[in-house]
Design a protein around this ligand. Sequence first.
Ligand code: UDX
Length: 447
Amino acid sequence: MKIAVVGTGYVGLVTGACFAEMGNDVICVDKDAAKVERMRAGECPIYEIGLPEMLPRNIEEGRLAFTTSLAEAAESCDIFFIAVGTNPAADGSADLTAVHAVAREIGETIQRPAIIVDKSTVPVGTGEEVEAIVREALEKRGDSIEFEVISNPEFLKEGAAVQDFMKPDRVIIGTDSEWARKVMGDLYSAFTHKTDRIIFMGRRDAEMTKYAANAMLATKISFMNEIASLSERLGVDVENVRHGIGSDPRIGYSFIYPGCGYGGSCFPKDVKALIHTAREQDFDPAILDAVEWRNAEQKKRLNEKVRARFGADLSGHHFALWGLAFKPGTDDMREAPSKVVLEHLIGSGATVTAHDPEAMDMARAELPAEWFESGRLRLVEHQYDALDKADALILVTEWKPYRQPDFDQMARRMKQKVIFDGRNQYDPERTESLGFEYTGIGRGREF
Ligand code: UDX
C-alpha cells in the first residue's frame, strides 16, 4: 500500500514522515512549489522535535518523496490522507474550500481502488460531502473505481507532534466499511502495538469526537481561568486550588493550569466551528459560547493588570516580554496571547523588548513591520538582554529557561522590579522576598 498525504502543515508533514519512518512508501503533496523544493532537499519547514532528522533519513531511504502534483501521486497511491488547512471563514465555520478542492482532484486522478482519509479537522457531515465530490468527479471521467471516504482525526499536540503520532493515546477510525477498517487497522497497528488503542466507529461519530475532545480541553482551561479570576477577588491562591482539585482522579491534573488564555491553531478554530455547527442546527451552544468568551477575556487579563499598575497611558514606559509562541515547544504564534499583550502595550505608547527561544523569526514575519521600524518593539537573542531598563517583566509563555531564572541578574538589569507572571511560574513569596512586586493569575493578590 502506498500512501499520499495532501497538505504538508503540522498534521500532514508529521503524518507523512511518521508513516515513512515505519517503513511505508509515502508521497507528500503540496501546492507550494518553493516549500516542496525545500522539503525535497531534506529541509524541515516547521519547528518540531524529531522531525528535522526524519525527513532526510526517509528521503534517502527512498520512502518519502514530495511533489506539487496530486496526479503524479495518484499514479501509484492507494491511501490518500487529506490534511489541508480548514481555517475559520468570516462566520466562524470551518472553511472547507481546500478540502473540497483536494477531494475533486482525487476523484479526477485516482487510478485504483482508494481509501480517502479526512485527516484535517472537519465538521460533522464533511465525509459525505467529500464522498459526493469524489463520486461526481469519477462520473465525469466515466470511471467507476471503488473508493471509501473515512474519518481519521489527528490528536497530535504541537511541540510533541512526532511523539504523539508515534505513541498515540488512541487512533479513531470512522467508517462502516470492513475493507477500510482492515486496511487502516493494519496501517496503524505499527503505532499501537496491536493494543486496543484503535477505536472504530461511524464516520460522523469520528468527526464529532475530534471537536468534542478539543472543546472539552478548552472548557477545562476556560473554567480554570474563571476560577482564577474569582480567586483574585477572594484572596485565594488558585495554584493551591488547582492542586486540591487535580488530586481527584475524576478531575485530574492536566489542562487545569490557569494562564493568559489558550491560543494556537486548534482550540480557537475548533471551538468557533463547533459553535457554528450548533447554530446551524438551531441549537444554543451555551457552554461553548462561554468558553470562547472567557478565553477572549483571559487574553486581556495581563493588560488589565498592567493598566492597574502603570495607568492607561504607557508613554515613557518600557517592558520586557518573555515568550511569544502560543505555548512552549513551538515557534507557532497563531492566536498567541503575546499578540494581545503587545498590541495593548505598543498601542498605549510603551516600548517593548521581547525574547522567545524559537518564535522570533515567526514574530518578525507576523507582527506589524511598523512596530520594528519605529523601534517600539525589539527582539533580543538572550532572555536577560530583554530586561535592561524595563519597568516590568511580563511572562507570557512558560518556556523552560524562564522557569528558574537568575533573579539577581534580573534585579540588576530591570529599572523597576515588577513581574507580571501570565503562567504562574514563580512563587509569589519567594519573588517578593527578593524585592520584586509580583502578580500572577489568580494568586489572591492584585495590583
Ligand atoms: C491541541 C490539542 O491538545 C491536540 O490534541 C489537538 O490535536 C490540537 O489542539 P495544541 O494546539 O498543539 O494541541 O496545544 P495544547 O498543548 O493542547 O495547548 C493549547 C493551548 O492551551 C495553549 O495556548 C496552552 O498554553 C493552553 N493551555 C493548556 C492552558 O492555558 N492551560 C492548560 O492547562 C493547558
